[in-house]
Design a protein around this ligand. Sequence first.
Ligand SMILES: CC(C)(COP(=O)(O)OP(=O)(O)OC[C@H]1O[C@@H](n2cnc3c(N)ncnc32)[C@H](O)[C@@H]1OP(=O)(O)O)[C@@H](O)C(=O)NCCC(=O)NCCS
Length: 186
Amino acid sequence: MDAVIRPLRETDRPAAGRLLDETVGAGFWRFTDGAGALSFVALTDAHVAGVVLACLEPGDDPDVRTAMSGSASAPASGDERVLHVRQLAVAPAARRAGLASRLLARAETEALTRGARAAFAFGWLPFGRPEPDAVPFYGAAGYEARPDIADFYAEDSVATGALCPYCGAPPCHCAARPFVKLLAPG
Ligand SMILES: CC(C)(COP(=O)(O)OP(=O)(O)OC[C@H]1O[C@@H](n2cnc3c(N)ncnc32)[C@H](O)[C@@H]1OP(=O)(O)O)[C@@H](O)C(=O)NCCC(=O)NCCS
């Protein structure tokens, strides 16, 4: 698919926000999930067909610890920076054309240039549903699956009142599966 990958701009927000609302669920993401030049959009015919919101976290961030402790990719100290892939979504009509792979690769490359040597993401496992596309996707992208975390989104869903597209009113009962990857040797 002919697509351009470029940094997310302010003017992309309405279209990227609609895509994230439709795929991830309103209330389950924020633009503040992405920071600096680590968030990108995929454009096809000038339309936003995919988006990644990512940021760098310090090695001692609670999310980093939750996702990575016990893994070979875990940072050795709090001074290390780790790429956190907060949200990644591609419009249904544009899937299986490599857009998410390209978006993720751009975020990883940018993180590497900023000194990160590892990356992680929490894959959403919708309650009572088959495993989502994110599972084979992160596997194909070289990420290692870590043990599932039950009720991962419950607290946030209660705090924000967000309606889970899969299990409904708060608290959300969906689990998360951490995916981790070493981007560069230590
Ligand atoms: C997961 C998601 C981002 C993948 O986007 P995509 O652009 O279709 O992914 P790519 O085309 O780059 O896929 C790369 C590889 O991942 C694997 N993969 C992706 N989707 C897959 C699926 N549905 N079934 C099996 N393998 C899949 C394949 O190995 C694929 O390579 P191939 O097409 O050559 O076989 C997309 O399905 C999506 O937006 N899902 C909803 C939101 C979501 O789950 N986001 C993940 C973050 S929690």
